[in-house]
Design a protein around this ligand. Sequence first.
Ligand SMILES: NC(=O)c1ccc[n+]([C@@H]2O[C@H](COP(=O)([O-])OP(=O)(O)OC[C@H]3O[C@@H](n4cnc5c(N)ncnc54)[C@H](O)[C@@H]3O)[C@@H](O)[C@H]2O)c1
Length: 363
Amino acid sequence: MTFVPYDRPVRAAFIGLGRIYDLNVRAYLGNPDVEVVALVDPDEERRAQRQADWPAAAAFASAAELASSGIQVDAAEVLLPAPLHADGVVEMLGYGWHLNMQKPMCNDLSEAQRMLHAAKTSGRILRVMENYMFYDPLRKLKAAVESGEIGDVCGYHMKMTGSGLGGWDVPWSSFEWQLEQMRRGRGILVFDDGWHKLATALWLFGPVREVRAWIGNTAVGPGVNLDAPVTIAWEHDNGIRGVWDITLAMDMYLRSDYYTNDERWEITGSKGYARVNRCTGRGIQQPSLEVYADGVMRGYHALDDDWASSFRDSGRHWLNWLHTGDGPLSWGAEEAVDVLRFALAAYASSASGGIGVNPAQCG
Ligand SMILES: NC(=O)c1ccc[n+]([C@@H]2O[C@H](COP(=O)([O-])OP(=O)(O)OC[C@H]3O[C@@H](n4cnc5c(N)ncnc54)[C@H](O)[C@@H]3O)[C@@H](O)[C@H]2O)c1
């Protein structure tokens, strides 16, 4: 595919103006790389609310209406409910737009193939945004590990606790499509939010050759089930092993400006360890990154550890990429398929009682 970088501001549209728009928009506000020309959402109230940010943008109830309006769009920020991703992305690539879409890319490999095919035939770029790779404490964690500061990596652990109290309001309509996903076996913890954890594992230590999983189910209300407790373990091609546990603590208050998710990453090396203490929520109120080696603990007190900044920086990276075409997309669609395969391997393993599954052989 030949991509021709833009030598003028990119004309962009937001497709989906719901909860996560509040964070994705941070990359666009005050950014001379972009001109927001259109807003799309079937919900009139959402359109009216977001129009305040972009008075000059035209608003539409559907992407099809925008496409037939005559307004020129170079790239779209796709913030659709996950069940609409595959069809929506294929449709919008067909309009000739480059796309920066939210995770999870899609639910299975046949949908992924359709999306990759549509990107190829349209000659447009499909990016699956992975904002965690732009979270400053995680970037510094990776750098600390790669510097050799903690010695050779011996293994690592990721942790997520979903709590029921605290955080921002999430509209019931967002939960509705999450429940639909859950019924299809693509739960909010492992597959939706968990997509990021699997992505960080691949980003930190490369391809995975074996996954073993035990994925539970907990009823938290009438007709409402969550995919916890969960334990997933895996081995990378380089021999490093990781383990990730997900726990529910419904009555625990968690201070958070966003979702109530208490997260940690801890990498153990032959001489010490490095740990990111929090991300989305403000669970541990210590420095967001701590690195211990040779009897000395170093705390990083001045990182940009507001989770929202990772959306800003990931989005800016995309908009800048459209001007240069240089460097990794972080991530392109092919890399997102690796994340999907990782998740599918976990589901296959859990369904078979925890046996080892190679993600490359899924599907
Ligand atoms: N990166 C992250 O950490 C992160 C966090 C939260 C959500 N997300 C992802 O962002 C996406 C959106 O999530 P959300 O929480 O904002 O959902 P949401 O339900 O709050 O918002 C979705 C919006 O899309 C609109 N919509 C529905 N059908 C549409 C259509 N055909 N065309 C245009 N708009 C349509 C809805 O009216 C709604 O306003 C999901 O894929 C979700 O997984 C990512």
